[in-house]
Design a protein around this ligand. Sequence first.
Ligand code: PEP
Ligand code: MN
Length: 290
Amino acid sequence: MINAKLAAQSHSDHQTVVKLSETVAFGGEELVIIGGPCAVESWEQMETVAQELAATSVHGLRGGVYKPRTSPYAFQGLGEEGLAILAQVRSLYNLPVVTEVMSISQIEVVAAHVDMLQVGSRNMQNFDLLKALGQAGKPILLKRGLAATIEEFVMAAEYILSHGNPDVVLCERGIRSFDNYTRNVLDLGAVAALKQITHLPVIVDPSHAVGKRELIAPVAKAAVACGADGLIIECHPVPEKSVSDARQALSLADMANLVNSLKPVATAVGRTISEPMGVGSQPAPIYCAA
Ligand code: PEP
Ligand code: MN
């Protein structure tokens, strides 16, 4: 029995809907697909990603500017320069943006630039960060800790909810096990359980779960089939040149094909993936930042 007063589902049709923008929401009949690189690398990279994804059924952009890297010598993210890039592509292409916050001190500036704040797997039990995000004034994408039980995951969400923020989306991104052929082990049982135990939207990150681009499409389909409310997937204009997580990055063409291939799966389980609004309906880029 999980003692989550606020996250627990009180009755079977109790489902919270979390708005990402005026037109995009997690937890309704429509699935939400977020795409983008592991890390924001440059204006040109993000502009290409936004331009191509805006023509598909992708509803939001991702891209890390504060990167939790295993090695302190690895690329740590562009920081505020990256936030400015995200804010610019966001408004040029009318696509909402999610990016990670690693510390309390980053919350204010990140919240001023993007639509949703991500708590990474490594920070799922950073309780002071979770408490502070209760007051962030933006929806939170809470990723499951790499060795967190379902109960620990739900209670992490409870921290954010109990500190004043009702807009929490859970993200299953795989957990550690003995097998290292895949980067992590995608726990689809947890997706089904979280949908039953809580009223919060649950999405799946197949990229960090499997860690290999050729495995992403089949597990993404399985995630939709088992009731996920959306997906967050890494893709890059030149996948093998990604500064981080290159092995799991899809090309933008593969990302577009994957999203299309998810549509019949969504239909089969009573969900929908909206049609692209069309490039013509997107505002034309008017200038480029240096
Ligand atoms: C990410 O989404 O870029 C990321 C680092 O994921 P995770 O925290 O799930 O490892
Ligand atoms: Mn990544």
